[in-house]
Design a protein around this ligand. Structure first.
Ligand code: HSE
Length: 275
C-alpha cells in the first residue's frame, strides 16, 4: 500500500490566466494498492469507476508508458473542496498519475507527469504546482518553478457555493485588446517579482487582471463585500482563486476574515508538491 498527498492549488493568481499557480498547504490524501478488482473508497461516487477522474488519469499514465493498468483499491480523504477554485480536479489527476508511477518503480519523471496531467486538464496552471510545489509559471513550451517569500500570508475564503470551471470559462471573451494584453504582461512580471521578493508595494499588480476576473467576479456574489472587508483588515491583494468561488487574500501580516457562509483558512505555500 502506498500513501501520499497532493496539495490544493490556487491557479491564475489574478494576472496569470491559465499559466500561473501556487501550491497550498491543504491536501487530498491517498492510500493505493493493486487489487484483483477496481475498488474506490471516499470518492463522491465510489460505484462509478468508469467516470472517475483519478482512475482515468491512472489509465492515461499507463497508456503513456504503454503498460498495463492493473486494477486498484483506492482510499481518498478529500480535504480539498470540489468546484471551489482550489484545484480539486488536479488533485485527482495528479493523484492517479502519481499512483501509476509509484506502483511501477517511479517510472515517470515530474516533467512526464506534467505532460500527461496537462493533456487531461487542458491547462497547466493547477497541475504544475500540484506536481512541483511552489509558484509555477507554465505554458506549452516550458515550466519555471519559483520560491515564494515566506513573509507573505495567504488566506482562502471558501464560500458555501460552487462555480463550475466550465461555466466560468464560458463567460470569457475570445479576443482581448492589445492594451489589456500589455497590462497583463507587465502586471504579471511585477506580481511574480513581488511574490518572490516580498515587494509589498508591487503586490497590488496581481489584482489588475483584464482577461478573466472582471467577468468572473459577477459569478461570485460575495466578492465585492468580502474584498472590502479583507482590505479593511490589512489584506494587500484579494483575487479569485482559480475560477472561483474561493477567493485568495495575500497580506504582509496574518489576518482573520470572518464572513457569513464562508470558511476562512490561513495557508502556507507548499514548496514540494505531490509526495
Ligand atoms: N485557469 C483555469 C481557469 C483554472 O481559470 O479556467 C481553473 O481550472
Amino acid at each position: 500500500m502506498i500513501k501520499y498527498k497532493v496539495p490544493a492549488t490556487s491557479a491564475n493568481l489574478g494576472i496569470g490566466f491559465d499559466c500561473l499557480g501556487i501550491a497550498l498547504s491543504l491536501y487530498d490524501e491517498f492510500k493505493v494498492e493493486e487489487s484483483d478488482k477496481w475498488e474506490l473508497h471516499g470518492f463522491i461516487n465510489d460505484e462509478d469507476v468508469e467516470n472517475n477522474l483519478f482512475i482515468h488519469s491512472y489509465k492515461e499514465a499507463a497508456e503513456y508508458k504503454q503498460m498495463e493498468a492493473k486494477p486498484l483499491r483506492v482510499f481518498v480523504k478529500d480535504n480539498v473542496p470540489c468546484s471551489r477554485g482550489l484545484g480539486s480536479s488536479s488533485c485527482l489527476i495528479v493523484g492517479g498519475i502519481y499512483a501509476f508511477s509509484a506502483l511501477n518503480n517511479n517510472c515517470l519523471s515530474k516533467e512526464e507527469m506534467l505532460e500527461i496531467a496537462t493533456k487531461i486538464e487542458g491547462h497547466p496552471d493547477n497541475v504544475a504546482p500540484a506536481i512541483f510545489g511552489g509558484l509555477c509559471v507554465a505554458n506549452k513550451d516550458g515550466l519555471l518553478k519559483l520560491k515564494v517569500s515566506n513573509k507573505w500570508n495567504f488566506g482562502v475564503c471558501i464560500f458555501n457555493y460552487e462555480v463550475k470551471t466550465s461555466e466560468a470559462r464560458k463567460v470569457l471573451k475570445d479576443e482581448i485588446k492589445r492594451s489589456d494584453a500589455v497590462a497583463n504582461i507587465s502586471n504579471a512580471i511585477m506580481a511574480v517579482d513581488a511574490l518572490v521578493n516580498f515587494n509589498v508595494e508591487n503586490i497590488k499588480a496581481i489584482t489588475k487582471d483584464t482577461i478573466h476576473e472582471p467577468y468572473r467576479k459577477k459569478l461570485i456574489k460575495d466578492f465585492e463585500t468580502c474584498e472590502k472587508l479583507a482590505y479593511g483588515l490589512g489584506s494587500k491583494a484579494f483575487i479569485i482563486s482559480g475560477s472561483g468561488s474561493t477567493c485568495l487574500s495575500i497580506s504582509d501580516k496574518p489576518i482573520d476574515i470572518k464572513y457569513p457562509n464562508m470558511i476562512y483558512k490561513q495557508l502556507k505555500v507548499d514548496a514540494r508538491g505531490v509526495r
